[in-house]
Structures are given as structure tokens and as C-alpha cells.
Design a protein around this ligand. Structure first.
Ligand code: C2E
Ligand code: MG
Ligand code: MG
Length: 764
């Protein structure tokens, strides 16, 4: 075949290909597209020039071909520099900043200009005719200009090659390919071109190489997807995964495992045969038949347990044939332990390590539902006055106290018991009735004290107990009942355990009900004073004691024992007493002028002294109602001296100084001792007959009363006997020297108007 024609056809094909590449490149979205297109298009003029040179047998045409070739080459170099800059940008200039190779462009422009001046000066080149395959062919005869042109182009090519070499060195191994191929093709072309120049062969075949540069640049910048890069990345990702990965061929043979996989299976990368056996040893036999599955497996027990999540996936090829499978094994142990820890923290109290209230209730419910046929007790454990322990000894000591109490509770527990911390200083215990040894617990609580190594302090711990008779009850209600039982444990240090029963429940409900309605009852005068006459030795009514009565809209007539003790306990007694004091003052003020000496005794509860300045309140009242203090007598009980006796004596002294008559109520009922009598700043001793007649030994009681009356007389204290029920009693007491008398023998407590009729002979 005609060599020249063959070569021309190849060039033509390349030109068409380059045109195609340029147009495809321009449709791409990549930023580099315009540089690729420019490079590909710039290659066309020198190629066409070459085609003309090769195909032409006419000198003028050959010359035109030469100009197109040489000047076109400058354009190619310009495009190549632009392309190279764009292509290697990411690698060579880490900062992404580009230095414009202006000098290179100027050099190329100058070269193109000097080539264009060749027709005038003839300095660059000319052509000479040689015969190739029997036809004239015009071969290049280079001049100085042509040498300059070559030097310039070589310099530029050299610079481009340098840039690519740098890129090849700097880039990652996986990316190297895309720089390497272009670099090699440029070098090949440069060598090819050099060979042409020095071999003086007539036809410059290196143009084919230029075409290939254009096409490869196009391919690597526009088409090429670094598949190997993806492969590598995916396998790197798989290797870096913390979970173990195994890849199996369709026959189930392991063909790849990542590092965690190799560690898990305890095999080397080149001994993958052992993988299946090793996995089965660890996890038992795994289902290989089913396509995809997920399985969680626990190995070991308790704190030593390991948790794994296994997942098998099969991989199909394009035609949906099974191509293999992979197994991932995630060691979930840490996560599971974290969950367990969180669960523990959410269900256990951090101070005592006991169950939290909510979790404790849940556990109790489970226990009840499991039903082991035993009787159970819900026990509410409470530290008495824990706030004071905290305040006095500090919260560190308080914490220690709670920890030690928790330990103390634990020491009584068997595996059948459930226990937890309900709130600050309260604990709950759910215990079989036959394991609750109340005597042992009583004695242990009596001796229970806590210490922080320096301080030792006895703490009073009380238990309220509810026997579970209705298992369907809400657990919180069971413990509410146990808590209720606590309300009947007194301040005494004798008993620490109180039991809930329905009577208690009613009592507590009663307490709540009347406490809630007290204020309304006072305002609407449901609570009012009844007056019980007090007589002198001649039987004349000289005064009265005001005793509270509650005419309840629902429950009818309520005597004091139905409500006074409740309010004594919860401190609301002051409201009742204030109301009674005011009523008494009002009555006295109404008697003024007509019955100036008639007095009324009012009761003052020991609790009142806690909550108010009694002296100030009472003096305020008599001032407000304009009455003399002597007619308002105040009754205090001896229990008042049980705490802060000195302070109480001061208060009583102040009351007496203010002009009030102070009476000691219920003398003989409690711990009163005669020795205390001499220090008591009281005016009247109220001796309650009922406390003395219990012995049935009338003679003995009479002797005691006689002596008390005598003693008080010696001390300058008047005596008043209350509970006088018979005329004989009255006479005897009068004989003994008693001055004042109160009792059913004279009259029972009665409404004010009735009293007025009784005492003054009026109808009120
Ligand atoms: P107290 O102050 O010792 O009142 C005397 C109680 O003895 C009254 O009972 C009275 O009805 C009763 N009594 C009087 N004479 C006889 C008698 O001959 N035989 C018998 N068996 N009992 C007699 P009451 O009114 O039920 O009051 C009981 C207690 O309630 C009072 O004892 C007092 O401690 C308290 N109380 C009553 N009203 C008030 C009040 O307004 N404030 C306070 N803090 N306590 C009050
Ligand atoms: Mg009284
Ligand atoms: Mg009394």
C-alpha cells in the first residue's frame, strides 16, 4: 500500500477522532473540559499541515503544510501547557494557587511570529524536493528560525514533562496511573519527534503520537473512572472496619477476611481455609443455606458474657447468580455492657446501691405476680428527724448514715426479699411475713447508731408495716399504707414498728379530712366554746372552763378527743386555741359591767409555745377586748415542761406578771413530780380526780389528794379539783381545804347561753 496514503489516512482518522473527543469533552461537566477540547483541537492544524506535507507533490502546498504544522505546534504547546496546568493542579500546587506561565506564552508567541516572518526573511526553513515512492515529496530544510522553534518547543515540552513527573511523584499510588500514561505518551512522542529530526526520514510519523496524546488526555480527564481506586478504597474501608468481615466464594470457601476477621478467626491471611471451622467453634454451626440472615449470639455468662451480631449477605452477579457471600461479625460486647451499666445506673441509687423507687416497685410487682404462696409485708423504713441529723452533723455524715442504714437493712435480707430506696431518708422492704422477726428488728433498731469514724450518733429508725392482703393493689399504695402506719409510732424510743390496719386507715383518713376542713370550720363557728362551770366551796359559780366543741355538718357533735389530738400532732392546734381564746375574750367582754369577777379558763396546748409567742398573743387579745387579764385564766399542762423547762417557766412568769392567772391542768396525770411544784410559777393547781381514783382504793387516793392540797396551800398555790362527780367527793374535798371545784356534780360543759342561764339565772 502507498505509505504516504496510509499515513495520511491514519492522520485523517486521528483528526476525526480528535474532533469527536473535543466535542464529547465539551459536553462533559468537568472543569477541565475546555482545556482538553483546546488541546485536541489545537492538534488538528499541525496534523492537517502534516497531511498536506505528506500528501502534496507541489512545493507551494508543502510550504503551506509546513506553516500549518510549525505554527500549529506552537498552539499545541500553548494548549498543552494550559492543559497540564489544569490537569496537575490538585497535585502540584497543594494550595491550589496557580502561577501563570506568562513567560512560556510569550516565548511561544514570539516563536509563532518569527515563523510567520519566514516568507520575508527565509530564515526559518525551506523545502527541498526528494522522491518518495516515485513521486516528488518536499522535505523540510531547517534554518535558524526552525532550530529556534524546535528549541522553544522542546523547552516547553520539557517543562510539561517535568510537571507530570512531579505529579507522578507526589500523587498517591492509586492515582499515579492517570499521570503516568500521559507522561509516557509525551515522552514517547518527544523521543519519536527527536528520532525524526535526526534520522532525516522524510515523513514525520511522530504526529501519530501527538494524536495519541490528545486522545489519552481526553480519556484520562473526561472518561476514565479510577475503578482500581474504587476497589482499593472499598477494600481499605473494609479493612478499617472495626467489625470482622469474611468474604466467601459460591462454594462457601473463605477467600478474604479483614484484619479484625483474621484476629477473630485466629488465622493468618494466607490460611483462610481454617476460617469456617474456627467460626463454628466460636459461634456454633451457622446457617449457610439461607440467603441473608442476621443473628445475635451471646457467649459466656454474666459479666463475662460477650455479645456478637452476625450478618450474612449473599452477593449476586448481573445475571442474578450467586457469586459469593460475606459475613460480618460485630462484637457488641462494649455496647451491651454500656447499656447494662446505664440500666444499672437508672435502676440503682448511686449512694446506697439499692434499687431506685420505680425499679423497686417494678421488682415488687414481679414478685407478687410470680406468686410463691407466701404472705408478704411491705415495710416502710423511715429515719426520724433525718433533716436534723443532716443539719447538725453535715450532709457527709448524713450520707454515711444512709449508707450504713442501707447496709443494716441488707444484713436482714434473704433472697426472697426485695428492697430499695424510696426517697431521701426512706427505704422500702418487701419481705415474707415469716422472715420478719419483729423482736430481733426492734432490738437491733434500739441499738442502731451510725459513725463516720469520729462521731457516733444514735438514729431513730421507725418501720411502718403493711401486710399485703390485696395483692392487686398498686405497689405504691401498699407502701403508702406502710407509711401511714408510721404515723402512729410516737416519739417514744420504745417501739419502732407500727402496723397498718383498716382502723389505722380510717384514722388517718379522718385526720386528713378534719385537718382539711379546720379553717372553714373555725370561720363558720362550727368550732365553739362550751363552758363548764367552776364553783367555790359555797357552791357558787365563780368561773368556767372553755372547752372546744365541733358541731360538724356531716359528723355532728364532735367532743375534743375526736380532733384535739389530731391537731396536737400536726401543729394545727394553735388555730383552734387562738379561736377559743378570742371567743373567751369576747364572752368576757360581754360580761363586763354585770359579772366583772366571773372568769374563764382557756387551754393552752404545749405545741402553741412552739409556734407563737403566747404571752404577746394573749395580752394583745385582752387589750383588744378591753378586759382585765385576771378574768382570763390560762391552763397549761405539765408536759409543757418536758422540753425547755426553764424557758417555759419564764413564759409563765411573764404571763403572771401580765396579770393572768396561770393554772396547772391535769396535775397528777403525767410525770409531774411534787418536787417540781415549788419551782412552777403557777397560781392554781388543777387536780384531776379521774387520775387519782383508778386504784379503787378510795382511801389511798383521798390521802394523796389531801396531801397535794395541803402542799400547794403551803406553797401559796390554790387548788382546784376537777372531775368532781358526787356530793360526797365535793364535801370531802372542801374539808381538805380545796377552794375550787369543777365536775359533772355541778354541771357538764354547756353552750354559752345555757351557762349564762345556769350561772346568772338569765336565759342569755
Ligand atoms: P381538760 O382541760 O382537763 O378538760 C376537762 C375535761 O374533763 C373536759 O373534757 C370535761 O368535759 C371533762 N370533765 C369535767 N368534769 C368531769 C367529770 O365530772 N367527770 C368526767 N368523767 N369528766 C369530766 P373534754 O371537754 O372532753 O376535754 C378533754 C380535753 O380536751 C381537755 O381536758 C383539754 O385537755 C382538751 N381540750 C378541750 N378544749 C380544748 C381547747 O380549746 N384547746 C386545747 N388545747 N385543748 C382542749
Ligand atoms: Mg383544761
Ligand atoms: Mg383537766
Amino acid at each position: 500500500m502507498d505509505q504516504r496514503l496510509f499515513y495520511t489516512s491514519i492522520l485523517l482518522a486521528l483528526v476525526l477522532l480528535l474532533l469527536l473527543c473535543a466535542s464529547v469533552a465539551m459536553r462533559s461537566r468537568k472543569e477541565i473540559r475546555k482545556y482538553v477540547a483546546l488541546l485536541d483541537l489545537s492538534l488538528i492544524p499541525p496534523m492537517v499541515g502534516n497531511m498536506i506535507i505528506v500528501g502534496s507533490s507541489i512545493r507551494a502546498r508543502s510550504l503551506i503544510g509546513c506553516y500549518s504544522y510549525f505554527i500549529g505546534m506552537d498552539l499545541v504547546m500553548f494548549a498543552l501547557v494550559l492543559f497540564t496546568n489544569a490537569y496537575c493542579r490538585g497535585v502540584n500546587s497543594g494550595s491550589g494557587k496557580q502561577h501563570k506561565p506568562t513567560l512560556v506564552y510569550l516565548l511561544l508567541l514570539a516563536d509563532a511570529v518569527q515563523l510567520c516572518l519566514n516568507p520575508i526573511f527565509g530564515h526559518a526553513f525551506s523545502v527541498e524536493s526528494v522522491e518518495v515512492q516515485g513521486r516528488p515529496y518536499y522535505r523540510l530544510v531547517p534554518g535558524v528560525g526552525q532550530i529556534i522553534h524546535r528549541v522553544v518547543d522542546y523547552l516547553v515540552a520539557f517543562a510539561v514533562i517535568l510537571i507530570f513527573i512531579l505529579a507522578v511523584i507526589k500523587t498517591t499510588r492509586i492515582n499515579r496511573e492517570r499521570y503516568m500514561v500521559i507522561l509516557v505518551s509525551i515522552i514517547v512522542v518527544a523521543v519519536w519527534e527527536t528520532f525524526y529530526i535526526f534520522s532525516r526520514t522524510p515523513i514525520d510519523r511522530s504526529m501519530i503520537g501527538f494524536g495519541l496524546i490528545g486522545i489519552s488526555s481526553f480519556y484520562f480527564s473526561i472518561i476514565y473512572r479510577p475503578l482500581r481506586l474504587l476497589d482499593r478504597m472499598l477494600s481499605d474501608i473494609a479493612s478499617d472496619l472495626s467489625q470482622a468481615l469474611f468474604v466467601f466464594d459460591p462454594e462457601g470457601k473463605c477467600i478474604w477476611a479483614n484484619q479484625p476477621g483474621l484476629r477473630l478467626a485466629k488465622v493468618d491471611a494466607d490460611r483462610l481455609d481454617g476460617v469456617n471451622e474456627s467460626l463454628e467453634r466460636t459461634f456454633g454451626s451457622l446457617d449457610r443455606e439461607e440467603k441473608d440472615w442476621v443473628q445475635s449470639i451471646v457467649i459466656g455468662f454474666g459479666d463475662d458474657a460477650s455479645y456478637f451480631l452476625l450478618q450474612r449477605r449473599s452477593i449476586s452477579d448481573d445475571r442474578n447468580r450467586m457469586a459469593g457471600s460475606f459475613l460480618s461479625v460485630l462484637d457488641n460486647t462494649e455496647e451491651q455492657q454500656r447499656i447494662k451499666r446505664e440500666l444499672y445506673n437508672s435502676t440503682h441509687d448511686s449512694l446506697t446501691g439499692m434499687y431506685t423507687k420505680q425499679h423497686f416497685f417494678e421488682k415488687v410487682r414481679q414478685k407478687i405476680d410470680a406468686g410463691d404462696g407466701r404472705k408478704y409485708l411491705a415495710v416502710f423504713v423511715d429515719v426520724k428527724n433525718f433533716k436534723i441529723v443532716n443539719d447538725i452533723f453535715g450532709s457527709d455524715f448524713g450520707d454515711k448514715a444512709l449508707q450504713q442504714l442501707a447496709d443494716h437493712i441488707r444484713s436482714f435480707m434473704t433472697y426472697r426479699c426485695v428492697y430499695g430506696r424510696l426517697a431521701g431518708d426512706t427505704f422500702g422492704v418487701f419481705v415474707p411475713a415469716d422472715e420478719f422477726d419483729s423482736a430481733a428488728i426492734e432490738s437491733s433498731l434500739a441499738a442502731f447508731s451510725v459513725t463516720d469514724g469520729v462521731l457516733e450518733h444514735h438514729i431513730l429508725v421507725n418501720l411502718g408495716v403493711y401486710e399485703v392482703t390485696e395483692p392487686s393493689l398498686d405497689v405504691s399504695v401498699m407502701f403508702d399504707r406502710a407509711h401511714l402506719a408510721l404515723s402512729v409510732v410516737g416519739d417514744e424510743y420504745k417501739t419502732h414498728i407500727a402496723y397498718y390496719d383498716s382502723k389505722l386507715r380510717e384514722m388517718v383518713m379522718w385526720d386528713q379530712q378534719i385537718s382539711a376542713s379546720l379553717h372553714g370550720a373555725i370561720e363558720s363557728m362550727q368550732i365553739m366554746p362550751y363552758l363548764q362551770p367552776i364553783a367555790d366551796s359555797q357552791g357558787r359559780v365563780v368561773g368556767a372552763e372553755a372547752l372546744a366543741r365541733w358541731i360538724h355538718p356531716e359528723h355532728g357533735f364532735l367532743p375534743p378527743y375526736k380532733f384535739i389530738p389530731v391537731f396536737e400532732k400536726n401543729g394545727m392546734i394553735l388555730d383552734v386555741d387562738r379561736h377559743m381564746w378570742r371567743c373567751a375574750c369576747k364572752i368576757l367582754s360581754q360580761w363586763q359591767g354585770s359579772h366583772d369577777d366571773m372568769f374563764i379558763s382557756v387551754n393552752i396546748s404545749p405545741k402553741d409555745f412552739y409556734f407563737t409567742d403566747v404571752v404577746e398573743e394573749i395580752t394583745g387579745l385582752v387589750r383588744e377586748y378591753g378586759i382585765r387579764p385576771e378574768v382570763l385564766r390560762v391552763e397549761i399542762t405539765e408536759t409543757v415542761f418536758m422540753s425547755d423547762a426553764v424557758e417555759k417557766m419564764n413564759i409563765l412568769a411573764r404571763l403572771r406578771e401580765a396579770g393572768f392567772v396561770v393554772e396547772m391542768d391535769d396535775f397528777g396525770s403525767g410525770y409531774s413530780s411534787l418536787s417540781l411544784l415549788k419551782d412552777m410559777p403557777v397560781d392554781v393547781l388543777k387536780i384531776d380526780m379521774r387520775f387519782l381514783s383508778y386504784t379503787n382504793d378510795g382511801g389511798r387516793a383521798a390521802t394523796i389528794v389531801k396531801h397535794i392540797i395541803q402542799l400547794s396551800d403551803d406553797l401559796g398555790i390554790d387548788s382546784l379539783t376537777e372531775g368532781v362527780e358526787t356530793g360526797t367527793q365535793y364535801e370531802k374535798l372542801a374539808e381538805m381545804g380545796c377552794k375550787l371545784f369543777q365536775g359533772y356534780y355541778f354541771a357538764k360543759p354547756m353552750p354559752v347561753s345555757e351557762f349564762e342561764g345556769f350561772a346568772f339565772g338569765t336565759d342569755g
